[in-house]
Ligand binder design. Structure first.
Ligand code: BEZ
Length: 212
Protein backbone atom coordinates (compact mmCIF):
# COMPACT_ATOMS: atom_id res chain seq x y z
CA UNK A 1 0.00 0.00 0.00
CA UNK A 2 1.25 3.45 -0.77
CA UNK A 3 -0.22 6.85 -0.13
CA UNK A 4 -0.32 8.90 -3.27
CA UNK A 5 -0.19 12.66 -3.07
CA UNK A 6 -0.78 15.42 -5.59
CA UNK A 7 2.28 15.93 -7.77
CA UNK A 8 3.46 12.31 -7.40
CA UNK A 9 4.02 10.28 -10.55
CA UNK A 10 1.02 8.00 -11.05
CA UNK A 11 2.39 4.50 -10.51
CA UNK A 12 2.70 2.50 -13.69
CA UNK A 13 1.25 -1.01 -13.96
CA UNK A 14 0.27 -3.70 -16.42
CA UNK A 15 -3.27 -4.99 -16.06
CA UNK A 16 -5.95 -7.06 -17.75
CA UNK A 17 -8.89 -5.00 -18.96
CA UNK A 18 -12.02 -5.48 -21.00
CA UNK A 19 -10.03 -4.12 -23.95
CA UNK A 20 -7.01 -6.39 -23.44
CA UNK A 21 -3.82 -6.00 -21.43
CA UNK A 22 -2.62 -2.44 -20.94
CA UNK A 23 0.57 -0.85 -19.71
CA UNK A 24 -0.94 2.16 -17.99
CA UNK A 25 1.64 4.78 -18.96
CA UNK A 26 1.80 3.58 -22.55
CA UNK A 27 -1.99 3.51 -22.73
CA UNK A 28 -2.15 7.10 -21.43
CA UNK A 29 0.29 8.22 -24.12
CA UNK A 30 0.88 11.97 -24.05
CA UNK A 31 -2.62 12.98 -23.02
CA UNK A 32 -4.55 13.35 -19.78
CA UNK A 33 -6.14 10.45 -17.92
CA UNK A 34 -8.83 9.58 -15.40
CA UNK A 35 -8.49 6.37 -13.39
CA UNK A 36 -11.54 5.62 -11.26
CA UNK A 37 -12.47 2.65 -9.11
CA UNK A 38 -15.88 1.31 -8.18
CA UNK A 39 -16.76 -1.26 -5.51
CA UNK A 40 -18.21 -4.07 -7.54
CA UNK A 41 -19.80 -5.24 -10.79
CA UNK A 42 -23.56 -5.81 -10.91
CA UNK A 43 -24.31 -3.12 -8.32
CA UNK A 44 -26.81 -0.33 -8.90
CA UNK A 45 -24.86 2.89 -8.33
CA UNK A 46 -21.84 1.58 -10.28
CA UNK A 47 -24.12 0.68 -13.18
CA UNK A 48 -25.33 4.28 -13.43
CA UNK A 49 -21.79 5.65 -13.10
CA UNK A 50 -20.27 3.57 -15.88
CA UNK A 51 -23.24 4.31 -18.13
CA UNK A 52 -22.73 8.02 -17.49
CA UNK A 53 -19.02 7.85 -18.30
CA UNK A 54 -19.82 6.06 -21.57
CA UNK A 55 -22.22 8.87 -22.50
CA UNK A 56 -19.57 11.49 -21.59
CA UNK A 57 -16.81 9.84 -23.67
CA UNK A 58 -16.95 12.59 -26.33
CA UNK A 59 -16.50 15.22 -23.61
CA UNK A 60 -13.41 13.43 -22.29
CA UNK A 61 -12.10 13.03 -25.87
CA UNK A 62 -12.50 16.80 -26.44
CA UNK A 63 -10.22 17.33 -23.46
CA UNK A 64 -7.62 14.83 -24.75
CA UNK A 65 -8.44 12.69 -21.72
CA UNK A 66 -8.68 8.90 -21.57
CA UNK A 67 -10.84 7.23 -18.93
CA UNK A 68 -10.38 3.81 -17.38
CA UNK A 69 -12.46 2.16 -14.64
CA UNK A 70 -11.37 -0.49 -12.15
CA UNK A 71 -12.78 -3.03 -9.75
CA UNK A 72 -11.50 -6.25 -8.24
CA UNK A 73 -13.86 -8.35 -10.39
CA UNK A 74 -12.55 -10.33 -13.35
CA UNK A 75 -12.82 -9.67 -17.09
CA UNK A 76 -15.64 -12.22 -17.58
CA UNK A 77 -17.68 -10.52 -14.86
CA UNK A 78 -16.99 -7.06 -16.33
CA UNK A 79 -18.01 -8.24 -19.80
CA UNK A 80 -21.27 -9.74 -18.55
CA UNK A 81 -22.07 -6.61 -16.58
CA UNK A 82 -21.27 -4.32 -19.55
CA UNK A 83 -24.24 -5.92 -21.36
CA UNK A 84 -26.47 -4.83 -18.47
CA UNK A 85 -24.98 -1.32 -18.44
CA UNK A 86 -25.55 -0.94 -22.17
CA UNK A 87 -29.11 -2.22 -21.88
CA UNK A 88 -30.21 -0.31 -18.79
CA UNK A 89 -28.32 2.96 -19.33
CA UNK A 90 -29.05 3.12 -23.05
CA UNK A 91 -25.41 3.42 -24.05
CA UNK A 92 -22.38 1.45 -25.19
CA UNK A 93 -19.47 1.15 -22.79
CA UNK A 94 -16.59 2.58 -24.79
CA UNK A 95 -13.67 2.61 -22.35
CA UNK A 96 -11.71 -0.18 -20.63
CA UNK A 97 -12.49 -1.60 -17.20
CA UNK A 98 -9.48 -3.00 -15.33
CA UNK A 99 -9.91 -6.45 -13.78
CA UNK A 100 -7.83 -6.04 -10.64
CA UNK A 101 -8.46 -9.48 -9.19
CA UNK A 102 -5.09 -9.63 -7.43
CA UNK A 103 -5.63 -6.07 -6.09
CA UNK A 104 -2.26 -4.98 -7.45
CA UNK A 105 -3.51 -1.66 -8.81
CA UNK A 106 -5.90 -1.12 -5.89
CA UNK A 107 -2.94 -1.39 -3.53
CA UNK A 108 -0.72 0.87 -5.63
CA UNK A 109 -3.41 3.56 -5.60
CA UNK A 110 -4.69 2.89 -2.04
CA UNK A 111 -8.22 2.21 -3.31
CA UNK A 112 -9.20 -0.24 -0.57
CA UNK A 113 -10.06 1.48 2.69
CA UNK A 114 -10.42 -1.38 5.20
CA UNK A 115 -12.57 0.54 7.65
CA UNK A 116 -15.07 1.17 4.85
CA UNK A 117 -14.78 -2.28 3.28
CA UNK A 118 -12.08 -4.87 3.73
CA UNK A 119 -12.02 -6.25 0.22
CA UNK A 120 -13.74 -3.89 -2.22
CA UNK A 121 -12.42 -0.68 -3.71
CA UNK A 122 -14.04 2.58 -2.71
CA UNK A 123 -14.94 5.21 -5.35
CA UNK A 124 -11.51 6.75 -5.92
CA UNK A 125 -10.77 9.16 -8.75
CA UNK A 126 -7.32 10.17 -10.02
CA UNK A 127 -6.76 12.77 -12.71
CA UNK A 128 -3.34 12.42 -14.32
CA UNK A 129 -1.61 14.98 -16.52
CA UNK A 130 0.52 14.37 -19.63
CA UNK A 131 3.67 14.21 -17.43
CA UNK A 132 1.95 11.31 -15.57
CA UNK A 133 1.66 13.46 -12.46
CA UNK A 134 -1.36 13.04 -10.20
CA UNK A 135 -3.32 16.32 -10.35
CA UNK A 136 -6.46 15.38 -8.41
CA UNK A 137 -7.49 12.72 -5.92
CA UNK A 138 -11.08 12.40 -4.69
CA UNK A 139 -12.53 9.53 -2.70
CA UNK A 140 -16.27 8.98 -2.47
CA UNK A 141 -18.14 6.44 -0.37
CA UNK A 142 -19.67 3.41 -2.07
CA UNK A 143 -23.17 4.79 -1.55
CA UNK A 144 -22.58 8.06 -3.44
CA UNK A 145 -22.45 8.05 -7.23
CA UNK A 146 -19.95 10.53 -8.57
CA UNK A 147 -20.70 13.81 -10.33
CA UNK A 148 -18.91 13.45 -13.67
CA UNK A 149 -19.74 17.04 -14.63
CA UNK A 150 -17.53 18.02 -11.71
CA UNK A 151 -14.70 15.89 -13.07
CA UNK A 152 -14.98 17.58 -16.48
CA UNK A 153 -15.01 20.95 -14.69
CA UNK A 154 -11.81 20.09 -12.83
CA UNK A 155 -10.12 18.89 -16.04
CA UNK A 156 -11.07 22.21 -17.67
CA UNK A 157 -9.61 24.07 -14.70
CA UNK A 158 -6.40 22.01 -14.66
CA UNK A 159 -5.93 22.53 -18.38
CA UNK A 160 -6.48 26.29 -18.04
CA UNK A 161 -3.76 26.36 -15.39
CA UNK A 162 -1.42 24.17 -17.45
CA UNK A 163 -1.82 26.06 -20.71
CA UNK A 164 -2.91 29.62 -19.77
CA UNK A 165 -1.41 30.50 -16.34
CA UNK A 166 -4.83 30.99 -14.75
CA UNK A 167 -6.64 29.40 -11.82
CA UNK A 168 -10.38 29.12 -11.33
CA UNK A 169 -12.37 30.66 -8.46
CA UNK A 170 -15.02 29.06 -6.26
CA UNK A 171 -17.90 27.51 -8.16
CA UNK A 172 -16.28 28.45 -11.47
CA UNK A 173 -17.90 27.12 -14.59
CA UNK A 174 -16.70 27.18 -18.17
CA UNK A 175 -17.11 30.73 -19.48
CA UNK A 176 -16.79 32.52 -16.13
CA UNK A 177 -13.92 34.89 -15.39
CA UNK A 178 -10.76 33.28 -14.04
CA UNK A 179 -7.96 34.25 -11.68
CA UNK A 180 -4.49 35.22 -12.94
CA UNK A 181 -2.04 33.01 -11.06
CA UNK A 182 0.15 34.81 -8.47
CA UNK A 183 3.35 33.87 -10.37
CA UNK A 184 2.37 36.19 -13.26
CA UNK A 185 4.00 39.63 -12.90
CA UNK A 186 1.79 42.69 -13.42
CA UNK A 187 3.96 43.90 -16.30
CA UNK A 188 3.35 40.64 -18.19
CA UNK A 189 -0.44 40.79 -17.90
CA UNK A 190 -1.20 42.90 -21.03
CA UNK A 191 0.72 40.48 -23.26
CA UNK A 192 -0.54 37.31 -21.62
CA UNK A 193 -4.15 38.46 -21.17
CA UNK A 194 -5.07 40.78 -24.04
CA UNK A 195 -8.78 40.54 -23.17
CA UNK A 196 -8.01 42.77 -20.16
CA UNK A 197 -8.07 42.25 -16.43
CA UNK A 198 -9.46 43.69 -13.21
CA UNK A 199 -7.29 44.07 -10.13
CA UNK A 200 -9.71 43.55 -7.23
CA UNK A 201 -6.73 43.38 -4.84
CA UNK A 202 -3.04 43.13 -5.78
CA UNK A 203 -3.31 39.38 -5.09
CA UNK A 204 -6.74 38.94 -6.75
CA UNK A 205 -6.58 39.69 -10.46
CA UNK A 206 -9.45 38.54 -12.67
CA UNK A 207 -9.50 38.10 -16.44
CA UNK A 208 -11.95 36.68 -18.98
CA UNK A 209 -11.37 32.99 -19.69
CA UNK A 210 -8.46 33.08 -22.18
CA UNK A 211 -9.29 30.06 -24.31
CA UNK A 212 -12.75 31.18 -25.47
C1 BEZ B 1 -23.60 0.35 -5.82
O1 BEZ B 1 -22.88 0.50 -6.79
O2 BEZ B 1 -24.81 0.49 -5.91
C2 BEZ B 1 -23.04 0.05 -4.47
C3 BEZ B 1 -21.88 -0.71 -4.37
C4 BEZ B 1 -21.40 -1.01 -3.11
C5 BEZ B 1 -22.05 -0.55 -1.99
C6 BEZ B 1 -23.19 0.23 -2.11
C7 BEZ B 1 -23.69 0.53 -3.36
Amino acid sequence: MSTLRLGDVAPNFTAQTTEGEINFHEWLGDGWGVLFSHPSDYTPVCTTELGTVAKYKAEFDKRNTKVVALSVDGVASHNGWIKDINETQNTTVNFPIIADEDKKVSDLYDMIHPNADNTLTVRSVFIIDPDKKVKLIIVYPASTGRNFDELLRVIDSLQLTAYHKVATPANWNNGDDVVITPAVKNEDIPTLFPKGHKEVKPYLRMTPQPNL
